[in-house]
Design a protein around this ligand. Structure first.
Ligand code: ADP
Ligand code: SF4
Length: 678
């Protein structure tokens, strides 16, 4: 039963003409689905409503072709077809008694309109991102057309059945560009004074109100501060101006990587006071996203009068059933977000959202996966899982829930595999939640037995009498240099100065000066450089990419990560490979010219690629007859021992292997959503 302390979170909240059934509010967030995969999107949002979120919003939703973000998957309300597609989402959300909201969006100069080929629009003509083309400075006719288009989109939102419609003034999009005095240098009635810079915003709100009337609430998303923490006074004046017309304030903070919930950048200092001020100033319900994520912090924010609705993006992705679990008093079942932001990367890569903690995210429609339910196996099997990293733990848990008799064998005394090691790196402590949640859940099952200190050989596996074995033995970082730059081993790396990432995570340390060579481009190289520099080593970070941890631009971490490295005094060398080690130094090769240079190197950490730990799988595969004699029906490898990758991929692979155990491929073929010409 629920702790009565949490009752307040289950109170209904009036938002203008509509009422949210509780205070759990899924703020608009990208899904990488947008208007490309509408059924996939609708099912995913519907599952959140089923999990108890009282309000479920869309992602950014374009009002017309003058705001086209192709190739990024955005939602749209351009025409009747879009109305039909989004009505499906609304229907799925309403089916569980939740409200559906739509975040109408115009990107302004940040929308390059690559598909629609209409000139980008902005308050003045500036380069649009990231193409070397400029937007058109909006004239009065453009402003009139924009107002008409926005109003028509509100009408379509109403037709689709939405309960809440947003006027979106945050995240440096069109309205924010008009508000920003640094960008808006117009000399007419839409630029200059605050009154003028807010004119378009106020007009769009008034237009939205007119159409929304008593059917939809009008919300706005706006930052409480600006990027430098300056301008609070001006923000307050804006809130004062619009408060009469707005039913709900969805306030954000200007620091994007904090707002995005990337755990390694979250600062304790918050803008709670400013957010509380919006509530006091406007007298309207306030919601905000960010660090207000655990049940305790959610409760505290509401009790202290900071917020009326607790906004969440990541927590609703990692655990769509978070509200239901609080309601049922099952706090320990909540699958907590780890703040890795892999979920956001889907948008930048143009694919549906993936989550490290929740392998069913994005697979609700395609594979029919539910985050809380797995079908009981028709036949109880004896299954052995070898390796207790993310893949093995997830597989063992899911198999256990299906009712199988599961043995999980782990070579070491520690569970968690790579996450246990990686959570020791700077800022990654929360990654251990991938292990902890699964170990805790497995502990609740009577049919999963864990064997630590059990390094399995093929003979050991056969002796268990298991009918099925899932090999989840992981991978180790290579130290021989193999990777993108050196497809074959570089002989000079076999040197006493060389330590691999696994050595560093296990506590070994190199001599200084140290060269960390990042040919991987995700977090490992940068975090080792950060760790060693933090301990006082003289560190040079060499990357074959053009920026520090270049792939993390997809997780909104790149800029902050590079800044941190600069602040730590790490010397950064980009677009260079470490060609070879020489006595006392390393030879670097320019990625463009091939020109070589030398730097001092007494310690060397290559971060290039990983070696799948597949020896057990190979040994098992070699002995078909012995396996058959031992009663082994199937052997599969999962996770990093098959293909080293993200933790999210290993968790997904473990989950999938468990759900599909013993099933024919045709029975588990995913559905495919695409346009068919009619
Ligand atoms: P993944 O990300 O695919 O789950 P990890 O590297 O995180 O992979 O985890 C692999 C786990 O498998 C490690 O904890 C490792 O100790 C364990 N392991 C490797 N080989 C064996 C083996 N032969 N028997 C039992 N456990 C093993
Ligand atoms: Fe949280 Fe990572 Fe899942 Fe995103 S991908 S919701 S940050 S655990």
């Amino acid at each position: 039963m629920r702790d009565p302390r949490f009752d307040v979170l289950f109170e209904p909240v009036r938002i203008g003409p509509v009422t949210a059934p509780n205070r759990f509010y899924q703020v608009p967030h990208c899904t990488g689905m947008g208007n490309i995969w509408p059924a996939t999107l609708a099912e995913m949002r519907g599952v959140k409503a089923e999990g108890g979120w009282g309000v479920v919003n869309t992602e950014y939703c374009s009002i017309d072709p003058s705001s086209d973000d192709t190739p990024y998957p955005y939602a749209s309300l351009w025409d009747e077809g879009d109305v039909r597609n989004l009505a499906l989402m609304v229907e799925k959300v309403h089916a569980h008694g939740a409200l559906a909201g739509v975040e109408l969006w115009h990107g302004g100069l940040r929308s390059a309109n690559r598909l629609s080929r209409s000139s980008a629009l902005g308050p003045v003509s500036l380069p649009s991102e990231p193409d070397p083309e400029q937007c058109k400075a909006m004239d009065l006719a453009d402003i009139k057309a924009l107002r008409a288009a926005h109003k028509a989109a509100v009408l379509r939102a109403r037709a689709a059945g939405f309960d809440i419609v947003y006027v979106y003034a945050a995240h440096t999009y069109l309205i924010a560009q008009f508000l920003d005095p640094a960008i808006n240098q117009r000399g007419d009635a839409y630029g200059g004074s605050l009154q003028n810079r807010t004119r378009l915003y106020r007009e769009l709100i008034a237009d939205a109100r007119e159409v929304a009337a008593d059917r939809m609430a009008v919300a706005t998303r706006i930052e409480v501060n600006d990027e430098d923490g300056r301008g609070q006074e001006e923000r307050r004046a804006i809130f004062e101006m619009i408060k009469g017309e707005i039913d709900l304030f969805d306030v954000t903070i200007a620091d994007y990587s904090q707002e995005m919930g990337v755990s390694r950048f979250i600062k304790e200092a918050s803008l709670e006071a400013e957010i509380a001020h919006v509530r006091a100033l406007t007298g309207k319900p306030v919601v905000s996203v960010g660090r207000f994520t655990s049940p305790e912090t959610m409760l505290s924010q509401v009790k202290r009068g900071i917020l009326d609705l607790v906004g969440a993006a990541r927590p609703s992705i990692a655990d769509p059933f978070l509200p239901a679990k609080i309601r049922e008093g099952r706090l320990d079942d909540i699958r907590e977000c780890i703040g890795c932001n892999i979920c956001y990367a889907g948008d930048g890569r143009g694919v549906p959202i993936r989550c490290t903690q929740n392998p069913t995210m994005g697979e609700e429609w395609r594979r029919g996966w539910h985050p809380e339910q797995v079908a009981l196996a028709s036949q109880r099997e004896k299954v052995l899982v070898v390796g207790a990293g993310p893949a093995g733990l997830e597989a063992a848990l899911t198999l256990g829930r299906q009712g199988h008799e599961v043995m999980l064998a782990e070579a070491t005394g520690d569970l968690g595999g790579r996450v246990t090691r990686e959570s020791r790196l700077p800022g990654l402590a929360e990654w251990a939640r991938v292990r902890d949640w699964r170990v805790h859940q497995i502990g609740k099952l009577g049919n999963v037995e864990i064997f630590r200190g059990s390094a399995m050989t093929a003979e050991d596996v056969r002796a268990t009498g298991a009918a099925h074995v899932l090999v989840a033995t992981g991978s180790r970082w290579r130290t021989d240099g193999r990777g993108r730059h050196h497809p074959a081993a570089e002989p000079s790396f076999a040197d006493p100065r060389t330590l691999g990432p696994d050595d560093i995570m296990d506590g070994r340390r190199p001599e200084g000066p140290v060269v960390v060579y990042d040919n991987d481009h995700y977090l490992m190289g940068a975090l080792i450089a950060e760790l060693l520099a933090g301990e006082g080593h003289e560190v040079t970070y060499v990357t074959s990419a053009g920026t520090v941890s270049s792939w993390t631009s997809f997780t909104a971490e790149q800029t902050r990560g590079q800044k941190r490295m600069i602040e730590l005094g790490v010397r950064i060398v980009v677009s260079h490979a470490v060609a070879r080690l020489i006595p006392g130094g390393a030879v670097l090769a320019c990625g463009y010219s091939g020109r070589e240079s030398e730097i001092a190197c007494a310690g060397f950490v290559p971060v290039t690629s990983r070696e799948p730990e597949d020896s057990l799988w190979l040994a098992l595969g070699d002995r078909g007859e012995a396996n058959a004699e031992a009663g082994l029906l199937s052997i599969a490898r999962i996770g990093d021992c098959k293909a080293p990758g993200f933790i999210a991929s290993a968790v997904y692979d473990g989950h999938k292997a468990a759900r599909e155990l013993g099933l024919e491929p045709a029975a588990v073929a995913p559905r495919r959503e695409r346009v068919i010409v009619d």
